[in-house]
Structure formats: C-alpha cells, structure tokens
Design a protein around this ligand. Structure first.
Ligand SMILES: Cc1cc2nc3c(=O)[nH]c(=O)nc-3n(C[C@H](O)[C@H](O)[C@H](O)COP(=O)(O)O)c2cc1C
Length: 209
C-alpha cells in the first residue's frame, strides 16, 4: 500500500475492536516516527505518555466527552507540552548535542545565543503555544506512521483538560496535556469507516504562485 492509499484508508475511528492489541514492535516503530519529528530549534518541548494499562484507560474515560475510543483502544498516547523552557533544560539539550555529534559545547555558542534569545521570552503564553504546536507535528507523524503500519487511530482533543491532568498527575506549573491519540484496530461495526472523505476542493486548498 502506498502512502496515499494508506491516508485514504485511515479515518478517525470511533470504535476500536477491543480484542485486538497493537503488537509492541509495531508500536515501537510508530513511536520512533514520533521521536524523529522535527521541532523548532530541535528543543522537543514535549513528552509522550503511552497508556496501555486497562485500569488507567478506565480512569480516563470520564475525562473524555465521547469516550468510546478510550474504552476500546489498544493504546492511548498522551502528548504533553512544556510550559516554559528554563536554563537547565537548554543546558541539557546542549550537553546532548555535544555528546551525539562529538563537538565541544563552546563551538555551539552562536546557536545557544539564538536559543536563549527565543526561550527567554517573558511571554509565557507564547512559549506554551509554541510548544503545543511542536506536539502537533509529533501527532501528525504518529498518525501517518500508524496508517502505513495499518494501525488505526483517532486524534482526540475532546477531553476535559483539568481532569485528565489530575488523573495523570501532571505538574501543571511546568507542562500540560495538549492532545491525545488512540490507537488500535477498527471495529467491524464502526460505521464511520464507510463514510466518504470530506476535504476542500483542491482549487480552494492549493494556490500555485
Ligand atoms: C487535533 C485533532 C483533534 C481531534 N479530536 C477529536 C475528538 O476528540 N474526537 C473525535 O471523535 N474526533 C476527533 N478528531 C477527528 C476529526 O474530527 C477528523 O479528523 C475529521 O473529521 C476528518 O475525518 P477523518 O480523520 O476521519 O478523515 C480530531 C482531529 C484532530 C486532527
């Protein structure tokens, strides 16, 4: 199956087949696609919680407006974004670059200056919104990789943020839940799989200049 066929076949699942689990090797490859996502300045201002425990999925049901995906999915990925980028975090990032690329930290000083100029933005709201945007790039890559692996998904924002953060014991001074992704295999009787895709006509979506 080529990637356009995979994207055509994918849809936002409303009900998964709860008897089918995503194999751990397949899941690992999908998560690798998330790991390989590009992020602004390479800062990856996010982390992912992968919920596989039935008990935790049960607990989370009440936090969703329409929870049929949560009660039936194989795994639920929760994307959590940082709310601020402090000096310690950037220090860690530079130590990591230095180790992986085997270069001295001093050779990265210009890059460091650029990053500090951006992350020391006193407007915390701007940093939060920037970090959330980076998480959505991960979401897109996870969904794309899952489609190619013939694993079904449903991206989900329809949750009560405060409730989900409480259940997952997120330190909300530092980070917040941005978006979630349910993974599994579509239930045979999920009628949504038969709906035609509704997308803007290309002349409204694309303009070549
Ligand atoms: C960021 C994001 C959040 C979404 N949140 C939900 C959700 O909470 N519940 C749901 O059933 N669908 C959700 N959707 C699915 C969209 O409704 C769906 O992608 C859109 O209608 C297009 O349909 P398709 O994905 O089946 O092609 C979400 C999609 C995105 C991209």
């Amino acid at each position: 199956m080529n990637y356009l066929e995979a994207l055509q076949k994918r849809y936002s699942v409303k009900k998964f087949d709860s008897t089918k689990k995503v194999d751990s090797e397949v899941l690992t490859r999908i998560l690798q696609a998330g790991k390989l996502s590009a992020s602004s300045l390479g800062l990856q201002p996010y982390r992912l919680l992968i919920i596989e425990s039935t008990e935790m999925k049960q607990k989370l049901i009440s936090a969703y407006h329409n929870p049929s995906q949560i009660s039936t999915c194989s795994h639920l990925v929760v994307l959590i974004s940082k709310k601020n980028i402090d000096e310690r975090y950037v220090d860690g990032y530079f130590r990591h670059i230095s180790e992986v690329r085997e270069v001295g930290i001093e050779s990265l000083s210009l890059f460091r200056k650029n990053i500090d100029g951006y992350t020391q933005n006193p407007n915390q709201q701007a940093i939060e919104s920037w970090a959330e945007k980076q998480s959505y790039i991960v979401l897109g890559n996870l969904m794309f990789a899952a489609a190619l692996e013939q694993v079904d998904t449903c991206p989900m924002e329809g949750f009560k943020k405060k409730e989900i953060e409480e259940i997952l014991e997120i330190d909300t001074d530092k980070e917040g839940v941005t978006v979630t992704l349910a993974l599994g295999y579509r239930a045979e009787d999920d009628a949504f799989q038969h709906l035609k895709k509704v997308r803007k006509p290309e002349e409204k979506l694309f303009k070549f200049i």
